[in-house]
Design a protein around this ligand. Structure first.
Ligand SMILES: NC(=O)c1ccc[n+]([C@@H]2O[C@H](COP(=O)([O-])OP(=O)(O)OC[C@H]3O[C@@H](n4cnc5c(N)ncnc54)[C@H](OP(=O)(O)O)[C@@H]3O)[C@@H](O)[C@H]2O)c1
Length: 307
């Protein structure tokens, strides 16, 4: 799984993202200030990825952290096989929650389960959120098997649409596919799962700092990420209005401004345009467990260069 994670952060994507975020820094006159992100990694982390020994998880080379036996909250992670969802899953488990990892792939779910050794708090569920009907099937499976979750994290997207796209020479259908993968998956997931949250449940959508950036040849990323932020802001308002069935639930969007890097790589090759995957997971855990500390639905986690 760790090799997979590394390969996902391939050179093409890395170059595209760092160039884009460098432009963001230039546009905003960003300076390197200390990051507000939680979970500054300690020095000395050497190995990437997850290792497990019994119920102890070593997250990407950090010191071993015991996995508590008892679960505090039940949190569903959509996109748990992805670079970001993987880290969120790990941190939520480390924080003591029961995590329902969701993927379309039984093989990927098998790898996720295997990565956490003997802990009983990792659950897996196959599911697809590419349409309302498929998302409803997933919701029913989750509620039937595990009850209404206390939290849902949507870390959804597709690498296939992270390609150079020049707007006037890109067929509309190609742009539509980018929206299908990066935006409408979030819509279908939220439509199915926000109403399925337990009382005082928290829904967290993940998006990227490209929401604030317009980059030639990568317009599809800016458009989908800014649309996601708007989507979640609307959902947050509607969750609290008088028509909401369960007005105690909260919706947040966590915007990640920087390239997400495995913890050990982040520690050994410091780069102020990076965020460690552990910081992301820790921030999600804070939102899910202390939502009152985040009065604004939009929460940002910024690499130093974009602070
Ligand atoms: N990686 C970064 O450096 C970075 C930086 C800033 C922001 N972000 C944001 O973080 C979020 C996740 O990005 P990522 O890099 O982790 O992407 P990723 O590695 O490509 O993972 C995306 C996940 O989405 C899932 N998914 C896609 N379509 C689905 C569907 N129809 N039904 C169910 N699951 C589906 C995939 O699961 P399966 O294929 O297993 O079903 C996969 O686990 C995005 O919003 C992205 O903008 C990422």
């Amino acid at each position: 799984m760790n090799d997979d994670l590394d390969s996902r952060l391939g050179r093409r994507r890395f170059l595209a993202a760092t160039a884009a975020f460098a432009a963001l820094g230039a546009n905003r006159g960003a300076t390197a200030t200390s990051t507000t992100a939680a979970g500054t990694p300690p020095a000395g982390a050497k190995t990437a990825g997850i290792t497990t020994a019994g119920n102890t998880a070593t997250a990407a080379g950090g010191p071993p952290r015991p996995l508590p036996e008892s679960a505090t909250k039940t949190i569903c992670v959509l996109g748990a096989s992805g670079a970001v969802g993987n880290a969120i899953t790990r941190e939520l488990l480390t924080a003591g929650h029961r995590v329902i990892a969701v993927s379309r792939s039984a093989d990927k779910l098998g790898s996720i389960r295997a990565a956490y050794g003997t802990t009983k708090r990792i659950e897996t569920q196959e599911g697809d959120v590419s349409s309302d009907s498929l998302a409803a099937v997933l919701r029913d499976a989750i509620v039937t098997r595990f009850g209404m979750p206390d939290g849902v994290v949507a870390s959804l997207g597709a690498r296939e649409v992270d390609l150079p796209m020049r707007m006037l020479s890109t067929p509309t259908e190609t742009l539509r596919k980018a929206f299908e993968a990066n935006f409408f998956t979030h819509v279908a997931a939220a439509r199915a799962l926000v109403p399925a949250l337990a009382p005082r449940g928290v829904y967290v959508g993940i998006n990227g700092g490209m929401a604030d950036l317009v980059v030639p040849n990568r317009g599809q990323l800016s458009m989908t990420q800014s649309a996601l932020r708007t989507l979640y802001s609307v959902l947050a308002m509607e969750a609290r209005d008088s028509q909401a069935k369960n007005p105690d639930v909260r919706v947040h969007v966590l915007g990640l401004y920087g390239l997400i890097i495995p913890y050990a790589k982040y520690d050994t090759h410091p780069d102020d345009r990076w965020i460690s995957d552990r910081q992301v997971g820790e921030r999600v855990n804070q939102i899910v467990t202390q939502p009152q500390a985040f009065p604004d639905p939009a929460v940002a986690l910024k690499a130093k260069a974009y602070s």
